[in-house]
Design a protein around this ligand. Structure first.
Ligand SMILES: [Zn+2]
Length: 290
């Protein structure tokens, strides 16, 4: 797995997942890796992306490590439709305003988070590693995509990932994203150096405001997610590893046309198509508890 993959997922994947991927790759090759063998040699070194030659339809052909992108049965994103109402508990989160470095990976704009911010799901604590953006959204609601989607990627001590998805529609300017949007890095692979912000050149960003409907932090207190979709899925980028706990907030936030356009000028169409549910349960919180 190259560093680009690590950066997009924000971390090395769990050892268990790596071991299982390796084992499944071996099994797959023992049982015939026709697709892999059929890939012309000049495409073997193609970096994954979102174009016809390297996009979601051919990810699995670019590397044996990406086989789950084609063979996986619990993949993400999905269309959020006909969810089963359930009494899901609010998800506590503890996000801090902090210094963060922002960079363009070539696939997205990613903001790396130092340790200290977390969520708790089913009694397990997941540390916030990074968040990044897709345009248009990856999850759709009854077939409808949103202008953008933010993914907040968390990891537990045992290596399990939990991602909070925040849908973003077109509307009012969102002040919470200004510190990031005023320093969007355009050059892939480079971290944007910000002068006169902090000594090490990083930004001070408060993720709590990003979930607020009117940019007031009081809006998000107490700090917990009350209304959300829940299902088990995967990374939406290679290697498409499964066992990811997905929490997609039911209430979208807004960004202005100008903010959305500024992002799309650098990154656009970094969206994997929705994947079949394949019998998985899509739950939605219906307790009305904020
Ligand atoms: Zn993502």
């Amino acid at each position: 797995m190259d560093t680009e993959v690590k950066s997009i997922t924000g971390c090395s994947l769990p050892h268990i997942a790596n071991a299982s991927i390796t084992m499944m790759c071996v099994l797959m090759c023992l049982t015939g890796c026709g697709k892999v063998a059929d890939v012309p040699s000049d495409t073997k070194k193609v970096e994954w992306g979102y174009e016809a030659k390297n996009g979601p339809q051919v990810w699995a052909q670019l590397s044996p490590e990406y086989f789950l992108c084609a063979e996986g049965r619990h993949q993400s994103p999905i269309d959020l439709v006909n969810p089963t109402p359930a009494k899901l508990p609010p998800i506590p989160y503890n996000y801090h305003p902090t210094n963060m470095n922002i960079r363009s990976t070539g696939h997205t704009i990613e903001v790396a988070c130092p340790e200290g911010s977390w969520i708790e799901v089913d009694g397990t604590r997941y540390q916030l590693l990074q968040f990044h953006f897709h345009a248009p959204s990856e999850h759709t609601v009854a077939g409808k995509p949103f202008e953008m989607e933010a993914h907040f990627v968390h990891k537990s001590e045992d290596g399990t990932l939990a991602v909070v998805g925040l849908l973003i529609g077109s509307g009012r300017h969102k002040v919470a994203f200004d510190p990031i949007w005023s320093h969007l890095p355009a050059v892939p692979g480079e971290t944007q150096r910000i002068e006169n912000v902090t000594e090490d050149g990083s930004l001070i960003v408060d993720p709590r405001f990003m979930f607020s409907l009117n940019d007031q932090v009081e809006d998000v207190a107490p700090s917990r997610f009350g209304h959300y979709y829940r299902y088990e899925g995967s990374l939406t980028t290679p290697p498409c590893s499964e066992g990811v706990q997905w929490i997609v907030l039911t209430t979208p936030v807004e960004m202005s046309e100008a903010q959305i356009a500024a992002f799309k000028a650098i990154i656009h169409d970094n969206t994997r198509p929705v994947q079949p549910l394949n019998g998985r349960k899509l739950l939605v919180n219906s307790t009305g508890d904020e």
